[in-house]
Ligand binder design. Structure first.
Ligand code: F2R
Ligand code: MG
Ligand code: MG
Length: 349
């Protein structure tokens, strides 16, 4: 049956929370045997475990701030979003934030601060963060804006509140665009989906700052496009090992090492895969596969979850998984409100 847009909206935010919650178990682990992943996931079906047993981390905490701010301000307002990040951090600092970004979040709490982008610019000796913290929270931008140009523009500004290095904010743009295309049903044609992302990113990375950051960091020209071309090559291979995915795409905390990886997880799991239970649908496969890569599992599963959830819709998420995750219900509610906002702005245009 066709998946409704509302179901896609709900699926995107709820599966992002799901990825974060179930991925926390393996964050930072180098070797994650698939058996352990499947055991962890089947444990969620145990009814005696209780609701909301798996807590969400910074990924969801910041994504909620993005969604709430977009809703309250009916669009992007950097002051409000910055304040929301700072408040969330001060209320719950123990959600596993990156060690650099906490300095930004503390500075954003200052009432004297007028330029809310300044603390991010001061990070890492003025180079800015290239971590995946901007990308992990980017999904709501795709639910709030209708055109790819707006999704891209505001995901970039939203990320720049904490990540001023182009590798950090361009990762957020890529993640938001992937969710945007998935919401439109573009994953039905996977090759076209990846080609569209490459052509969008060719434009995004074709600016002076992105070009010079790539040079300074000793990366290939147009680094995200280069990784997306590797995703395309891996998709064309008959079989791909976990080791190959990690060495070709990465599984780390840098946005460049994790956003293309999350996109690959979704594309790879569109079809049944060896080692994953036959009863699993595509969304369950995506989450399980993201965890089996190890490394930054909560964030890769969160980003892959958002893209996959936008494709398969809310009904693809098993109830028992959903019930186990703190914040899943609230994410569904936020998605419904964003859907209403999306329809209002759509009809005004
Ligand atoms: N922080 C984590 N995981 C670490 C373990 C947490 C632990 N489980 C706990 O219980 O506390 N996860 C979360 O952080 C990632 C998002 O990080 P974000 O927001 O990008 O933070 P930050 O600090 O800006 O960057 C992360 C690290 O990347 C390196 N880095 C970034 N830019 C750099 C630069 N220009 N030069 C050198 N290094 C740079 C640094 O090591 C940063 O600390 C997500 O995984 C989320 O789940
Ligand atoms: Mg986290
Ligand atoms: Mg993480």
């Amino acid at each position: 049956a066709p998946v409704s847009l509302l179901s896609r909206f709900r699926g995107a935010l709820v599966a992002a929370v799901l990825g974060d919650c179930v991925g926390g178990e393996f964050e930072g682990a180098e070797d994650v045997p698939l058996d352990r992943v499947l055991q962890h996931l089947s444990g969620l079906e145990d009814e005696t475990r209780g609701d909301g047993i798996l807590q969400y981390s910074d990924d969801t905490a910041m994504m909620r701030c993005v969604a709430q701010s977009l809703l309250t301000r009916m669009g992007f307002d950097e002051q409000d979003m910055a304040r929301s990040f700072a408040k969330e951090y001060s209320l719950a600092p123990g959600r596993g934030y990156g060690s650099g970004v906490i300095q930004v979040l503390r500075k954003l709490a200052s009432p004297q601060l007028s330029d809310v982008f300044q603390p991010a610019r001061a990070q890492f000796g003025g180079r800015g963060s290239f971590g995946n913290g901007g990308a992990m929270r980017a999904a709501p931008f795709a639910l709030a804006f209708r055109s790819a140009a707006d999704v891209s523009r505001y995901a970039r500004f939203g990320a720049m509140l904490t990540h001023s290095c182009s590798l950090g904010y361009n990762g957020a743009v890529l993640q938001a665009l992937a969710v945007h295309l998935s919401l439109q049903g573009d994953l039905a044609l996977p090759q076209k989906f990846i080609s569209k992302l490459i052509s969008e990113m060719e434009e995004v990375e074709n600016d002076e700052t992105s070009r010079s950051d790539a040079k300074v960091l000793n990366l290939a020209e147009f680094p995200y496009c280069a990784r997306l071309h590797r995703v395309k090559e891996l998709m064309e291979q008959n079989s791909v090992s976990i080791e190959e995915v990690i060495s070709e795409l990465g599984n780390g905390i840098a946005a460049l090492e994790s956003v293309p990886t999350a996109i690959f997880c979704v594309l790879h799991c569109l079809e049944p895969r060896e080692g994953l239970p036959e009863r699993y649908g595509g969304l369950e496969r995506t989450i399980a596969y993201s965890l089996a890569l190890g490394g930054d599992t909560d964030t890769i599963a969160c980003m892959a979850g958002a893209i996959a959830g936008a494709h398969y819709g809310i009904s693809a998420i098993p109830q028992s998984w959903l019930k186990s995750c703190e914040g899943a219900e609230e994410a569904e509610h936020l998605a419904e409100r964003l859907y209403k906002l999306y329809n209002i702005t759509q009809s005004e245009e």
